[in-house]
Design a protein around this ligand. Structure first.
Ligand code: APR
Length: 273
């Protein structure tokens, strides 16, 4: 696989590794592209099967749920089915190893994700979720976390029943919805604070597999840049973002593996992997 990379790209990975090798404070933001090699379609991929005539942007909204809760709930049950058997790819595992190494060497490597899957956790990372968790539910009216009293739906994917029937809250009768941040909704306060602090204080900000279209997450790179960070982007289809200092235009799994090899080779402290 590495043999297929152009010498120019390999040189850019080497340049990124040199910058990263001695840094103490790194912030990484991931998006749907980091899970693409695990077989999870990105948001802006065209949907397939029953859902090919719907755009994610039209379903993941509070208005869509208010208008047609059954449609939105069914879509999420379908997405849960799609994600349930997926496992981490080399991008997730390399990030987890890097984070572990950083913790052992008094470095700060903060991992922030826009993804609602749990592949970073499965790989062993500590991660801050900006957009919620695909495997959790709450009431659309009173916000109470949905507990699996009825056995019709579990909050753990291991015993999840992908039933498309709507469920109602036992406290107020409102419909149960996925605990996900939809378009137009506010981000979780604590998660956003963690992300802002990490972006504002980092020396290098790495954006992996995101189209950088959805704010406020897309503004984190700008915040980092304003505070003097170097910005690295890993994406086979680079964004037209002018603040990026180094663009690594390849799949995240390929780049992360190579980047780690190069950082390990440069590292003056204990081996990375
Ligand atoms: N490696 C790295 N990047 C990849 C890969 C890969 N193997 N495959 C695709 N990509 C890139 C695409 O080129 C694209 O730029 O991943 C990006 C995915 O973009 P989106 O689908 O827009 O996903 P994301 O940026 O995470 O979306 C942000 O929008 O729909 C909302 O809340 C939802 O969290 C989501 C947010």
């Amino acid at each position: 696989m590495l043999a297929e990379l152009s010498p120019a790209l390999i040189a850019e990975v080497q340049r990124a590794a040199k910058i990263l090798a001695d840094k103490k404070c790194i912030c990484i933001l991931t998006g749907a592209g980091v899970s693409a090699e695990s077989g999870i379609p990105t948001f802006r991929d065209k949907q397939t099967g029953l859902w090919e005539n719907y755009a994610a942007e039209d379903l993941a909204t509070p208005d869509a749920f208010a208008r047609d809760p059954k449609l939105v709930w069914s879509w999420y049950q379908w997405r849960r089915q799609l994600v349930a058997d997926k496992t981490p790819n080399p991008a997730h595992t390399t990030l987890a190893q890097w984070q572990q190494h950083a913790a052992n060497n008094h470095q700060q490597l903060t991992l922030i994700t826009q993804n609602v899957d749990d592949l970073h956790e499965q790989a062993g990372s500590t991660v801050t979720h900006l957009h919620g968790n695909l495997w959790q539910n709450r009431c659309s009216q009173c916000d109470t976390t949905y507990e699996n009293h009825s056995n019709r739906l579990a909050n753990s994917k291991n015993d999840m029943v992908f039933d498309e029937d709507l469920i109602t809250c036992q406290h107020c009768g409102g419909y149960i919805r996925p605990d996900i941040v939809w378009f137009g909704e506010a981000l979780p306060v604590q998660a956003w604070q963690t992300a802002e602090e990490a972006a504002a204080n980092c020396e290098v900000f790495i954006s992996i597999g995101t189209s950088s279209l959805v704010y406020p997450a897309a503004g984190l790179a700008q915040l980092a840049k304003k505070n003097g960070a170097i910005i690295i982007e890993i994406n086979p289809n680079p964004t037209p973002n002018t603040i990026v200092d180094i663009t690594l235009a390849e799949k995240a799994g390929i780049i992360m593996s190579l980047l780690m090899q190069k950082i390990t080779a440069l590292s003056s402290i204990q081996p990375l992997l």
